[in-house]
Design a protein around this ligand. Sequence first.
Ligand code: DON
Length: 413
Amino acid sequence: MKSPIPRYLNLILDAVRETDGGEVADYIPALAKVDPARLGVAICTTTGRCYQVGDNAPFSLQSISKPFTYALALEESGFEAVSEIVGVEPSGDAFNELSLEADGRPMNPMINAGAIAVNQLINGSGSSVSDRIDKILGFFSALAGRPLTINKEIATSELDTADRNFALAHMLHSFGIVDDDPHDAVVTYVHQCAIEVTVSDLAVMAATLASGGIQPVTGARVIGPEAARIAQSVMTSAGMYDYAGRWMTKVGIPAKSGVSGGLMGTLPGRMGIATFSPKLDSTGTSVRGREAFAYMSRHMDLHLLQGNNYRVPGVRSIHEESDKTVITLQGYVNFTVAEEISSTLLREAPASSRVILDVSRVTGFNAIGRKIVKEQLRRIREEGAQVVLYDPENRITDMDYSDGTRMDEVDTL
Ligand code: DON
């Protein structure tokens, strides 16, 4: 029996595939070579279950690297020291804006000025460029749970056209915010931006932030809980630059975009999400990625600031009796809870030929939660079991399966 979740993710890609518009970034010439049709999505829960559909080709992280390097700097130096060189206020400006605060500090670590200031903190002030890059690459690899590599062609290509970033580094140096040689600071920064990942990697990396710093697949603690929290706080207010307010209003997921076309979102305690589609809007955000996130937020009820985000385990008990298996669900069944129910039922397949789903303790289903649970039940039925529903409070509301058949009900357990 298979999980219904990949099929659902494919529906998301189908919903945005025809969305047109935007341009591939070409101010970094090597990025312009990408196939603009690429489209992929991945999610990874904080319990380490990951799903990916569409393209899983590697792409460079670009600005998506910024919250991770910021988290590493927080780990190494602490919030106080990091705050001396970069703030945590949204700037509302474009990512490459040539502006600093009156004291020379960039407003936040998500804009290029802030990210250049942050990356030279890594590995201590006396570090060589290559040791600093190695440290960042090692940290990112631990986040992904596999050895990542740097796309040297992209790094070199960016260095050739990095006038704005050099200008920022020189400004930061003149204020004493960057101690490093400004050229070295940009060299380190563009290598950080050129680290390559797939959407699968990026979803796990995002889930590591969402879980408070524990890589959910390897189980390793990669970031401390405070650094994970602060990095996501800044993503929430500034991760989408001059699009941040509209993004939080509409999508409501802490996120970070990159000009290669990647987009990452974190839902604290729940999951990491990643999309890849190279064409960008004028704010440097992937057009189809943006649409896919909006779709997921709406259809999967993922907006951080709405109700129904609390969690209790979705499966209260599974009782095997002589002639039946009674599966009792509980709480509010949103996507996260439904995913957990689905994977519990895959792992602990009911042993009897008669399966009763007891939803009398469920306080409600949202649309996606109901859809996933029903689809998993339909699949249990297809394996040959008789599946019936015990729903005295009429919580399921819609009894139709996706194949047009209807659920059977019982009045008593
Ligand atoms: O510094 C730059 O311009 C690139 N390496 C990264 C910019 C970026 O990804 C902005 N995000 N959407």
